[in-house]
Design a protein around this ligand. Structure first.
Ligand SMILES: [Cu+2]
Length: 154
């Protein structure tokens, strides 16, 4: 076995048995398999409204391995962001859909912005790494005024 072949074999084994870790620059690398394995017919739809200055509900709980559509709706007058970098790296992404028009696919996201009044972004994902994660609005002083919340994967 060449070194290259041996290294390739090691990588395959590591990928097969790796438990999800969450370093700062990490994300769920086997998202495609996890998305495929989830039951999308049993997808749970969860809605968060963004307003001055809150996320409602401010705490969401997700079950690892289950398929979700998280609908973000801005019902406020101002623009609002939904910034949850660590949470977005703890889930396996299927896609994000912007105002039911554009589908966006990426290994992971850091924030969804700006959500204009009446704007809606739908996030399709499968939660993976258990933990409690922050979500904030990073515009001006919105976080201080109450735009912060918790996203839990259990
Ligand atoms: Cu805001």
């Amino acid at each position: 076995m060449t070194i290259r072949a041996r290294l390739a074999a090691c990588l395959v084994i590591a990928a097969g048995f790796a438990t999800p870790l969450l370093a700062n620059d990490d994300y769920i690398r086997d998202a495609a398999e996890r998305v495929k394995a989830a039951d999308w017919n049993a997808m749970e739809v969860v809605t968060v409204t963004l307003d001055e200055h809150s996320f409602t509900p401010s705490e969401l709980r997700f079950k690892a391995g289950k398929a979700y559509k998280l609908q973000l709706k801005n019902v406020g007058k101002k623009d609002h962001y939904f910034t949850a970098e660590k949470f977005f790296r703890a889930v396996a992404w299927r896609k994000a859909m912007v105002d039911k028009q554009a589908e966006v696919k990426a290994p992971y996201f850091t924030a969804f912005e700006p959500l204009k009044n009446g704007g809606q972004i739908d996030l399709y994902f499968v939660p993976v790494t258990k933990g409690s994660y922050d979500v904030i609005c990073t515009i001006e002083d919105h976080q201080q005024q109450g735009m912060s919340g918790t996203l839990v994967i259990e």
